[in-house]
Ligand binder design. Sequence first.
Ligand code: ATP
Length: 254
Amino acid sequence: MVTLALDQIGARYGRRTILTDASTPDISGGSLTALVGANAAGKSTLFRRIAGQLRGSGAMRLSGATADDLRYMPQDTGMSAALTVYESIILALKQGAGGWRLSASELSAVDDALQRFGVAHLAEQQLPELSGGQRQAVSIAQTLVTRPKVVLMDEPTSALDLYRQYEVLDALNRYARDTGAVVVLALHDLNQVMRVCTTVMALAHGRIIATGPTLEVLTPQMINQLYGIDSRVERCSRGCPMMIVDGPAQQNAA
Ligand SMILES: Nc1ncnc2c1ncn2[C@@H]1O[C@H](COP(=O)(O)OP(=O)(O)OP(=O)(O)O)[C@@H](O)[C@H]1O
């Protein structure tokens, strides 16, 4: 079982402190965890700090994995290289080493990544010719082709149409379940969070103010506190919890 915990993580840009004492209990692998919070709350900064791209105080604790098993997919991924989708996934698998020759298991890992994230039909297409949503799906396949045990993804569905959001989030959920990986997704669509994530980390003012089961964290009061929005939680016709937005908060949560 893979677990990730944060222990008083801090981060700053120059003199400006963005994160202070960001801590969580153990987050277990095998299902999806959402990182939620308002714009500029520090979600990308937290990911960059965990991924080792920023220095700062505190530490992450990993069990069942090492820092080498961690992959971070930023919000904007470059897709300007003159490579086909297939070549780009091989490159991500090889991480620049070992030439282009593939073993049978590597070939099947590339095929699996292409199939899982619905980009097999794009295999021969050049990266710069992809649409925004296609780029995002290819980027997810690149990130997961090595089957990392800890995955941080910054808004992985922001460019996807409604159907593709369902498809990709369900594929990420299956990936977490099949591999036991800790998969943390920064997401703004709280209905998708309620549908597919079992755990939520809520970030505000540089601290993680709650971590726990999705419906216990995403209460109307918490949504008011995080976003200044009045809302209710109801069930859709298929039984999934949904957030109904009533509008900007008439009274701020304490
Ligand atoms: N490279 C940087 N240098 C200086 N300040 C930065 C840098 N990157 C981000 N910031 C600042 O850090 C704060 C947190 O930004 P961050 O990108 O982590 O927020 P976020 O929660 O991911 O936001 P969003 O939901 O809008 O993507 C913001 O105030 C931002 O201006």
